[in-house]
Design a binder for this molecule. Structure first.
Ligand code: FAD
Ligand code: NAI
Length: 468
């Protein structure tokens, strides 16, 4: 067997691709992973999940020190922001974690090729790096090339004044004013970072509400909370163009439904209007891999594309564009290839917005249940009635559990509150086991803990909450 002959070749080393590579190696496949970045980890580790969470944590500390510590009797004089150190810490976290994956590749004997992968025929991948080209052959090819920021016509990203999330993770100074185009996950997370560090932030959202698709009550509470924190919103508004000049960026906006044009000024503009599949340079058309109208690769239940032996997973196939969804697909795809029963439960994938308070969404929203005519019960519990949240002075928000009115099976959980992203996880497990609200309600929860709010919401769903 030649060195460049593999059982599985994975193109893309993000959370979908690198996890698939490790699982493939565990299953005994001779595995290669082609990644065009110098480092592994994809969007998530290099310019997504991890650097954004590092800055969210640092900026949260700064805001706590500035606004909250005094309430706890901790007085600080001469508090100062050192943005350079904050950015360097973030870069250090990214560096350590990407090196960690390189270590895991070595440990699992995965061949790592740095370069841009192109499928020249089924079973053949050409890797181009500078002027050098290498040809790999493989029984199976997995496309895990992820996504990139969507463009907005008339708004050209220069990554300095008009930035995508990548530029917003690396600004050299705190802008006095920032306009965020798009009130989705990126806009609210990175808008929060810069607001906490001192920017005046205005979010321009095309729809009537921020966070489309989330539970209505959560959206209402989130909007109220972000406004209280100082974020301004212009809803049902569209941006029709932007011009960067030395004095700042001038934006043209008008009502989403059309109307009188207005101008806005900002030092920095963040464009966060969604992400699109990344399939450039892959040669998909030549090889016959089908994509939908929006450019997402179409796959069957086994993640196989229209070409036998070519599979696709992660952001590039659409659905929830989340790292953990890509990971689960990577694992399922490899297990299916190995003849096992790989499976992803798309009904139980949590989504978390890492603002403060955090927002977690799982399963069906109340709006969807209504639309689908499903009879349901609602259990809600506010963090203001949770002793740990009160002791922590962090008691904004609530837990909401939705259960089937006939069977009590948990159908959804929506949380806005402290540590929502961790709290939702027990409900994910309950849903995986097709559990009932009563199962969560009868589970012993340590006191005092914010997780008791989840238990209380489950109790409320069966009409038995104790603390409200
Ligand atoms: P990617 O991570 O995009 O990886 C694809 C890789 O393929 C890239 O490294 C790319 O360089 C490589 N590639 C592309 N084409 C080729 C080619 N031809 N040859 C070789 N290599 C190629 N998700 C969460 O779940 N939680 C979060 O907190 C979160 N935060 C985010 C914050 C930001 C700012 C952004 C932008 C995204 C965030 N996401 C988050 C989304 C998450 O990053 C993606 O869902 C996830 O990275 C998708 O994984 P993937 O493996 O499908 O693709
Ligand atoms: P998004 O889809 O979350 O939000 C985009 C927002 O922009 C929507 O509210 C949409 O209505 C609005 N919009 C679209 N066009 C517009 C226009 N012309 N003018 C004004 N508003 C407009 O996309 P976002 O925030 O860019 O994030 C991309 C992806 O990255 C998401 O799918 C998300 O899953 C993932 N991500 C996940 C994170 C997490 O899990 N914590 C963090 C950051 C990103």
């Amino acid at each position: 067997m030649s060195d460049n002959n593999f059982d599985v070749i994975i193109i893309g080393g993000g959370p979908g691709g690198y996890i698939a590579a490790i699982r493939a190696a565990q299953l005994g496949f001779n595995t290669a992973c082609v990644e065009k970045r110098d480092t592994l980890g994809g969007t998530c580790l290099n310019v997504g999940c991890i650097p954004s969470k590092a800055l969210l944590q640092s900026s949260h500390h700064y805001e706590m020190a500035e606004k909250e510590f005094a309430n706890h009797g901790v007085d600080i004089k001469g508090l100062k922001l050192n943005l350079k150190t904050m950015m360097a810490r973030k870069d250090g976290v990214v560096d350590d974690l990407t090196k960690g994956i390189a270590f895991l590749f070595k440990k699992n004997k995965i061949s790592h090729f740095i370069g841009s992968g192109k499928i020249t025929a089924p079973g053949v991948v050409e890797v181009a790096s500078g002027k050098k080209t290498e040809t790999l052959s493989g029984k199976n090819i997995v496309i895990a090339t992820g996504s990139s920021s969507s463009d907005l016509p008339g708004v050209d990203v220069d990554e300095k004044q008009i930035v995508s999330s990548t530029g917003a993770l690396a600004l050299g100074a705190v802008p006095k004013t920032m306009v965020v185009i798009g009130g989705g996950v990126i806009g609210l997370e990175l808008g929060s970072v810069w607001r906490r560090l001192g920017s005046e932030v205005l979010v321009v959202e095309f729809l009537e509400n921020i966070l489309p698709g989330m539970d209505g009550e959560v959206v209402k509470q989130a909007t109220r909370t972000f406004k209280k924190q100082g974020v301004k919103f212009k809803l049902a508004t569209k941006v029709t163009g932007a011009k960067a000049a030395k004095s700042g960026v001038t934006l043209n906006i008008e009502a989403a439904s059309g109307g009188k044009a207005e101008e806005l000024k900002a030092d920095v503009v963040l464009v966060s209007v969604g992400r699109k599949p990344y399939t450039n340079e892959l040669g998909l058309e030549d090889v016959g891999v089908q994509m939908d109208k929006r450019g997402f690769i179409t796959v069957d239940a086994n993640y196989q594309t229209s070409v036998p032996g070519i599979y696709a997973i992660g952001d590039v196939i659409g659905g929830a564009m989340l790292a953990h969804k890509a990971e689960e697909e990577g694992i399922a795809c490899m297990e299916i290839l190995a003849g096992q029963a790989g499976h992803v439960n798309y009904g139980a994938i949590p989504g978390v917005v890492y603002t403060h308070p955090e927002i977690a969404a799982l399963g069906k929203t109340e709006e969807t249940l209504k639309e689908q005519g499903i009879n349901y019960t609602v259990g809600k519990f506010p963090f203001s009635a949770n002793s740990r949240a009160r002791a922590n002075a962090d008691s904004e928000g609530f837990v909401k559990i939705l259960a089937d009115a006939d069977t009590d099976r948990v159908l959804g959980c929506h949380i806005i509150g402290p540590g929502a992203g961790e709290l939702v996880q027990e409900v994910v497990l309950a849903m995986e086991f097709e559990g009932a609200a009563e199962d969560v309600a009868r589970t012993c929860h340590a006191h005092p803990g914010t997780a008791e709010a989840v238990k209380e919401a489950a109790l409320a769903a069966i009409g038995r909450a104790i603390h409200i």
